[in-house]
Design a binder for this molecule. Structure first.
Ligand SMILES: Nc1ncnc2c1ncn2[C@@H]1O[C@H](COP(=O)(O)OP(=O)(O)OP(=O)(O)O)[C@@H](O)[C@H]1O
Length: 366
């Protein structure tokens, strides 16, 4: 468990670079993680997220920069001398040990005696609700049960930081949701810092306090899930997060902190609150989250509006996404609850007016 004062980061990356030969996999990252935070590192394949986690675990050494744990530089500390166990997709449970022995393993390595080992392992198996399988061989367990054994094994030594590398990616969709709940509850109850690598936005956004978006070996944005979704820092993050409309045009007017941008689909106003104001004549991009776009078969009194024809619709759970196109061919996405559409015959209506406020549009940085 952590003894760090809450205001001191438990993990610090200071200008960390990792090169494999000539190839730079991690290109100078700075990141502070606070005690008790649930951090998700997210990005597409090859962006360097696993390498970042492996450096924190001590499985790779940084080429440049410093990694600190609780204020101590860890660059040359071996994995087993760190308080940062890792749980990953393939689990790496020992097939020749039973469930309880797997959980006891880390304690045995630390010289804890057999009675205490057994007690502590059993407590963790109970906590993970798998104590009835204690004497079973690990290959007689389901995927979800194995995942719980792996968690119990990592947590039995009461680490300061738990590292998780795509731990749910081999599980069925329904089990993923169940294990997400188990993990978030566990993290809250224990107050341990979790650093969780995933390529899945839904996993990252559902569980993490803050999400780190990585692209091409660099950190593109760090923030709360909601802030990343509503206010992506740049086009890369906006595209990665998806479910939004990204428009680009020329700045035609500045009025206070509102910017008018002429795009092929029309001229729209965007709030530049908190962002650097672009110059008139400059090219600028902005994003409007699909769920902040209103729509109606009739013209609307909104700050921004555009007429579109409906191309297709997608229905997932109770959420409906409409794909539309303005006269010039710009695509728009609108997301709404299915019940809102209950009284509209989409196909017969065909054309819709979309509208949004300047405040719900967000100016993108470089
Ligand atoms: N040991 C290694 N030797 C050479 N290149 C490596 C090594 N490990 C990783 N890389 C390269 O570094 C880059 C980043 O790899 P990393 O595993 O961190 O990506 P990732 O974001 O976790 O991707 P994925 O989601 O596919 O696991 C990749 O281009 C990868 O091929």
């Amino acid at each position: 468990m952590t003894n760090s004062p809450a205001s001191q980061p438990i993990v610090e990356f200071v200008d960390v670079v990792k090169r494999f030969g000539d190839f730079e996999a991690v290109k100078g990252i700075d990141l502070e993680i606070m005690p008790g935070e649930f951090i998700a590192i997210m990005g597409s394949s090859g962006c360097g997220k696993t390498t970042t986690l492996r450096m924190l675990a001590g499985l790779e050494a940084p080429t440049e920069g410093e990694i600190r744990l609780d204020g101590q530089v860890m660059n040359d500390v071996k994995p087993h001398d760190r308080d940062t166990p890792m749980v990953w997709q393939s689990l790496a449970l020992f097939p020749f040990l039973n469930v309880r022995e797997n959980v006891e393993f880390g304690l045995k390595m630390r010289g804890v005696g057999p009675d205490e080992r057994k007690d502590r392992a059993m407590r963790w198996l109970e906590r993970m609700e798998i104590e009835q399988f204690a004497e079973r061989s690990v290959d007689q367990l389901s995927g979800g049960q194995r995942q719980r054994v792996a968690l119990a094994r990592a947590l039995v030594t009461e680490p300061k930081v738990l590292l998780l590398d795509e731990p749910l990616s081999a599980l069925d969709a329904h089990l993923v949701i169940r294990m997400q709940q188990v993990l978030t509850k566990l993290q809250r109850d224990l107050g341990i810092t979790f650093v969780y690598v995933t390529h899945s936005q839904s996993e990252a956004f559902a569980m993490a306090d803050r999400v780190v978006i990585m692209g091409d070996g660099k950190i593109a944005q760090v923030g709360k899930p909601r802030d990343i979704y509503r206010a992506p820092a740049n086009r890369f993050v906006a595209e990665f997060v998806g479910r939004n409309n990204i428009l680009t045009g020329t700045v035609t007017e500045l009025a206070g902190s509102t910017v008018a941008i002429a795009t092929p689909a029309g001229t729209f106003t965007v709030s530049a609150e908190g962002a650097a104001l672009p110059a008139v004549g400059a090219t600028a991009s902005f994003v409007i989250a699909a769920d902040l776009v209103h729509f109606s078969p009739d013209p609307m009194a909104e700050e921004n509006s555009v007429e579109c024809s409906l191309i297709s619709e997608e229905f997932v759970g109770s959420v409906m996404t409409l794909f539309l196109e303005s006269k010039d061919g710009t695509e728009f996405k609108v997301q709404t609850q299915e019940r809102v559409l209950a009284n509209i015959d989409l196909k017969a209506t065909g054309r819709f007016h979309l509208g949004w406020s300047a405040a719900s549009a967000h100016l993108l940085g470089e």
